[in-house]
Ligand binder design. Structure first.
Ligand code: ATP
Ligand code: MG
Length: 681
């Protein structure tokens, strides 16, 4: 089985648009029909690659080759962050600190062609993740220098051809490995493929990444035991491999893995690269076996490049500036990391005289680093710049990156399919949280306790009955509000990751979330009201009961909308929880139960309180206009004349329903706008 696009290219045997300029040469090895790309300027040896491909078993029949090869060039990339400017959502109210700038990257350059695997090496904090994020077009803020993809800047169409595996795995903890990969396949693979083909693709990835054993295990999270760290990482890689990206960027794909699995992952990356993809990975401590699989390396030290070029020439270069390991069998990666840390490894003693200006063991780390950076600028940078400039003159794969408006706006899947998949995924993921034992206990205990407290209260104690109705409106105002404020801040990393890959529209996500809320959030209030209504001795009429239930469910949706809006606006749980508790207290006081004679200048507060409308509606449906109650011994009074109820003014219930409708739509609209403004792209 093959996606239609790939079928076409495999017939020609050329993984991408090959034009008359003969920019790319395609070779087809006869025995296994593997296809690879040999860029014109690449120093790789065609025969050598062919041999390696003969050794590599043909895996992923449908992922054999890249559809549109991408040449990535980055020149003098620099990035500075303002340490005082980090913060939460689009309207974050965090205080600003004095401005402090940190230069994370300083003039990093390089060129990676289709078919090449570039490894970024450097000590922790040297800027590898930052550079990788910049190359994936996901770095917020201004990156100086130029980054081009086939000679063009980053675009939406490039976004969908780029696979990015972040250092921290962002996965839904309650989904199984199979579910995670099939949902990703449904969302990311084109409409041309059938549902079965997409599932088959996910199964292939599971096999390829050795995840068969844990196929049906939950992914888990730091607090929920699930997959091991290495397995989780492989699931993240699988999600990106699914779409057969032309440019694949991985942040430490081997960290935390045993050496055999790590080796296997790097071998897979190399195999993917040889299929015409451009692969860039950051890596800590590769073994020398792994190092040999890299085509290029970029070594960064505190944001400055100290080497950028062919992996096989690295030792030669450092020997030329006076750093040659004292013994023969050294892992080049260890040697490079020592140098990037400003530590001079054991070098040959007789070299001392040959390189008089070279810093040595006893010199401080900074002067060693400075020497390496200035050597890079003097010896490597000019030729690298020249290579980048030269390749600028050749139009590389002009068909590679489409810039037409229509292609930029194209989604791989339809709105409706995205909605269905996100809805079903949301239900699967959230059912654990919405129906957790703790939450059921919380609701049921309050329900039974309040039923017992108000046990068979009749109209004889009308004040108590009204109190129960008020309690309904407040409890089902607070509870959904506090649950909803978590929604967007918690899902933000996932939303950013998936939206950065162009997986779905924000509107689809938002609608799927809103519709998914209905079964998730309305079941518990229904049970609560059913239990407490009848225990509490409210009007024994089915119509009144159903109306009461509908009003409370309506109230739940409105308060949930407010919670979603607060979460989306602030994107900070602490701030959102504080603000919502203040708002809810104000609504509670302004609802008209506790205080009736409010000064006119603040009386308007009740009109913004959804609990006020809910309370009014509940009282309105509970008592009919001419209903009587015993207001004294043998004295009958009209319920509507009771001071507390009279004050509420239950005269126009349609207006109350309309006010809640405005809030229902308004809060959700506000949440959507806040999410849209808070999106990085
Ligand atoms: N948003 C940020 N706020 C503060 N500091 C940041 C931010 N982003 C990056 N940095 C700093 O920039 C430097 C480079 O970070 P980066 O994550 O790129 O390092 P790295 O090479 O990937 O490290 P590691 O190997 O540990 O993953 C670090 O010193 C880090 O603290
Ligand atoms: Mg990192």
């Amino acid at each position: 089985m093959m996606p239609p696009d790939q079928e076409t290219t495999s017939v020609t045997g050329c993984p991408g648009p090959v034009n008359n300029n003969n920019v790319i040469k395609c070779n087809r090895s006869e025995n296994n029909s593997s296809v690879h790309v040999q860029p014109l300027n690449s120093t790789s040896n065609v025969d050598q690659i062919s041999d390696e491909l003969h050794e590599t078993p043909v895996r992923f029949p449908i992922l054999r080759q890249s559809l549109q090869p991408v040449t990535l060039k980055f020149e003098d990339v620099s990035y500075t962050i303002n340490l005082g400017a980090t913060g939460g959502g689009c309207f974050s109210i965090s205080s600003s600190h004095p401005k402090l700038n940190l230069a994370v990257l300083n003039g990093v350059s390089g060129i990676v062609r289709p078919g090449e695997l570039l490894a970024m090496l450097g000590p922790s904090g040297s800027g590898k993740t930052t550079l990788l994020t910049a190359l994936s077009g996901r770095l917020p803020g201004k990156v100086s220098g130029t980054i081009t993809y086939n000679g063009l800047p980053f675009s939406s169409s490039m976004k969908r051809k780029t696979g990015f595996v972040s250092q921290d795995d962002v996965l839904y903890p309650h989904l199984t490995v199979f579910e995670t990969l099939t949902y990703a396949a449904f969302l990311r693979l084109p409409n041309k493929l059938t549902r079965e083909q997409k599932i088959e693709q996910a199964e292939l990835i599971i096999m390829e990444l050795g995840l068969t054993r844990c196929r049906n295990s939950m992914v888990g999270s730091p607090v929920l035991r699930g997959l091991s760290g290495g397995e989780r990482k492989r699931v993240s890689i699988g999600q990106e491999m699914l779409v057969n990206p032309s440019l694949l960027l991985l942040d430490e794909p081997t960290s935390g893995l045993d050496s055999t699995t790590a080796q296997r992952i790097i071998a897979t990356l190399r195999w993917l690269a040889k299929g015409g993809r451009t692969v860039i990975t950051t890596i800590h401590q590769p073994s020398s076996r792994m190092y040999r699989m890299f085509d290029k390396v970029l070594v960064i030290s505190e944001g400055y490049p100290i080497y950028s070029g062919n992996a096989s020439l690295v030792m030669e270069y450092f020997a030329s500036i006076g750093y040659l390991p004292g013994f023969n069998f050294v892992n080049p990666a260890d040697f490079l990391l020592d140098l990037a840390n400003g530590v001079v490894p054991d070098t040959r003693q007789d070299d001392q005289t040959e390189f008089p200006g070279r810093p040595d063991h006893q010199d401080d780390k900074n002067s060693i680093r400075q020497f390496l950076v200035s050597s890079y600028k003097k010896n490597l940078y000019p030729s690298l710049k020249d290579e980048i400039q030269r390749s600028n003159q050749v139009p590389i794969h002009p068909g590679g990156v489409s810039t037409s408006k229509s292609s930029e706006n194209q989604w791989t899947t339809s709105w409706w399919l995205q909605f269905k998949v996100l809805f079903s995924r949301g239900l699967k993921e959230r059912k654990h949280e919405s129906y957790s034992g703790l939450r059921i206990f919380q609701v049921m205990s309050v329900s039974i306790l309040s039923g017992l407290l108000w046990w068979h209260s009749g109209t004889i104690h009308i004040q108590d009955q009204v109190g129960l109705l008020f309690f309904f409106s407040i409890f089902w105002g607070f509870f959904p509000l506090f649950n909803a404020i978590f929604a967007f801040p918690q899902e933000q990393p996932m939303l950013i990751r998936e939206r950065s890959s162009g997986m779905y529209r924000l509107s689809t996500y938002f609608f799927a979330r809103t519709v998914g809320d209905l079964p998730m959030e309305l079941v518990l209030p229904t049970i609560f009201v059913t239990v407490t209504y009848w225990m509490g001795g409210l009007k024994p009429s089915l119509v009144t009961f159903v109306l009461t239930l509908l009003i409370i469910l309506y109230n739940v949706l409105v308060s949930q909308g407010l919670g979603l809006a607060l979460g989306a606006i602030l994107m900070d749980l602490k701030q959102a929880a504080t603000l919502s508790s203040v708002m809810m207290l104000v609504f509670l006081l302004a609802s008209g139960y506790y205080i009736q004679h409010v000064p006119p200048f603040i009386a308007w507060l009740k009109y913004v309180s959804f609990s006020h409308y809910c309370y009014k509606l509940l009282v309105g449906v509970q008592y009919s206009k001419n209903e009587l109650y015993e207001c004294g011994v043998g004295v009958q009074c009209r319920v509507m004349d009771n001071p507390a109820i009279k004050f509420l003014g239950i005269d126009n219930m349609v207006r109350d329903v309309a006010a809640l409708a405005v809030m229902l739509v308004g809060y959700r609209l506000l949440a959507y706008v806040a999410l849209r403004l808070g999106q990085p792209h």
